[in-house]
Design a protein around this ligand. Sequence first.
Ligand SMILES: [Zn+2]
Length: 309
Amino acid sequence: MFGNIFKKEETVEETPNQWIKCPKCTSLMYYKEVEAKQNVCPKCNHHFRISAEKRIVCIVDEDSFVEYDHTLAPVDPLKFTDKKSYKKRIEEAKAKTGKTSSVMSGACTIGGHEIEIVVFDFSFMGGSLGSVEGEKIVRSITRAIEKECGFIIVSASGGARMQESTYSLLQMSKTSAALNRLHHKGLPFISILTDPTMGGVSASFAMLGDIIMAEPGALIGFAGQRVIKQTVGVDLPEGFQRSEFLLEHGLIDMIVDRREMRETLTGLFKLFKKDKKVVIEEVPEVVSEKSLEEAPEEAPEVVQEELKA
Ligand SMILES: [Zn+2]
């Protein structure tokens, strides 16, 4: 069903103006020029937000993506209404994006490696995590376990979908539990954080990656800056919720330019692909040969030498 994302066709949301202004360097550029660079600003490297379809084209092997579970649609168990009813909000989001969920999930290959992937689309209700999104993630993980392949989530989300209340919060534990099953099978999960990754998404699966990578300049956090400042009453350091700050402070593992994402993922999955059995057999041998027999004899000598000196 989904081979056609690789062909250049106008999508519903992208009827762009001819010109686009970069929010970071304020340069005015021809839209097609930016689009040709995978929606990265050629002047300042700002990574524009992109749709799930474009994201998939960026990182998976050409024509390899097969979408699953695209018919799943949210229900409104709480009959929730704020300024508008939840039902109405879903209808509007569907009309705007042509989707029924803020994630696309499916199977693909990346650099020839078989991968299950889930990609968030911020344009559908702020990429919020509801019961449909949680279910799609869990089904995708289950397929990865069945196929014994790697798993990726590309997050772009404001957090849990408040209109689903506890049903949306439950998705945090549901997805985390499924990732735990994946972990126990020794299968890799790479979490890719894009602008923005906030709230319940960052507080669950997004931070559970074996490797957590982020795009440059992405906003990543739990609560927003204003809320934190009001709560703790302290001025916060500049850019404290951006990828670069988080890398410096050890919360994420790497920052990867969108244009190098596929290559980086290919390299990582190649490392993970190394026969797991070999690794497990090698470890005990190394321990018994060296550290247990030779080490105790060497250690006192070193100490004596130091004392003489
Ligand atoms: Zn720019």
